[in-house]
Design a protein around this ligand. Structure first.
Ligand code: PDD
Length: 291
């Protein structure tokens, strides 16, 4: 039985009831976060909460994130996921339920706060070693995708279009630039340098992306933040994606054409190893401090 959190209560999922007037349902008027847990230990939860606070401020939804960390831990425990190798908490905050208007409700309304926890699986090492394919799809999203809103229709359609084109995932193209994936940030390796799109209103500032940038700097891996043009993809030595639940995911084929020699490249492997090591370090630190 799945236990979820709704508006201050932990309850069985079957008992969680949300009003059909909820502005999340009617207008996609809300924000969300997905935070990974490894054997009950959150990874970069503080950064996820900081991004969430930024999103709430942008949306002008007044809600304190103070109790969210404790709620996440309790959800993981209540769902028996403390020992799960890989789990996550999905959290969504909408403006709340009110008669439908395009403008914000005139009378104060309580935000709707909903969260669930679940396990997820890493690809097997054999599957990861094969790498993943992508299809390029136009980026049809709005111009503030740096805010993690629940309005994911263009992402969902892009992913579906990519699947129907026979690929594993989508690569979004905006004005000739390979911007990011439908649910992950995008990276390339050119002349031995790791490249990813700079922070802007056209990409989500991924938490995994931030950690990878730090790891590259710490370990002397050459790395720059600049736009990757679509024409450059054919000459990329390596391509990969990063994100919560995707971690570091090698991309070996774009629109049917192999990337580099068609295998998973050395810098992708190195960054994936460093990222796994960072997770292990976080777990050990949590055990040592009893948190
Ligand atoms: N997706 N870009 C987009 C468009 C995303 O939706 C995500 C995350 C990322 C990676 O961000 P992070 O490293 O913070 O997970 C980049 C989440 C996991 C989702 O929608 O389920």
């Amino acid at each position: 039985m799945s236990v979820v959190f709704l508006n201050g209560q932990f309850l069985p999922k079957e008992d969680a009831k949300i009003s059909p007037d909820d502005r999340g349902f009617l207008l996609a008027d809300g924000v969300y976060e997905v935070t990974p847990f490894y054997e009950g230990v959150p990874f970069a939860l503080d950064r996820h909460l900081e991004r969430l606070e930024g999103g709430l401020a942008f949306m002008r939804i007044s809600y304190s994130v103070d109790l969210i960390a404790a709620m996440h831990h309790k959800l993981i425990a209540e769902n028996g996921l403390t020992d799960a190798p890989t789990a996550l908490v999905y959290l969504q905050i909408t403006r709340g339920a009110a008669p439908r208007t395009h403008y914000f409700p005139k009378d104060p309304v309580e935000p709707t706060v909903y969260a669930f926890a679940k396990a997820w699986d890493r690809p097997t090492p054999e599957r990861w070693d094969q790498g993943f394919s992508v299809a390029t799809v136009p980026d049809r999203r709005w111009s503030r995708v740096d805010i993690k809103t629940i309005g994911l229709l263009p992402n969902a359609m892009a992913f579906q279009d990519a699947l129907e084109a026979g690929a594993d995932d989508a690569l979004l193209i905006r004005d000739g630039v390979a911007i990011e994936g439908a649910h992950m940030n995008f990276w390339g390796v050119f002349d031995g340098t790791v490249v990813t799109h700079p922070r802007s209103n056209h990409i989500l500032p991924g938490i995994t992306r931030g950690v990878i940038l730090e790891l590259a700097a710490e370990h002397g891996i050459p790395c720059v933040e600049r736009a990757i043009q679509v024409e450059e993809l054919a000459s990329a030595e390596e391509l990969f994606f990063t994100g919560t639940t995707g971690e570091v995911r090698p991309c070996v084929k774009v629109d049917g054409a192999p990337v580099g020699d068609g295998g998973v490249g050395p810098l992708t492997r190195r960054l994936a190893e460093l990222f796994r090591a960072k997770i292990e370090e976080t777990k050990s630190a949590a055990v040592a401090t009893g948190l």
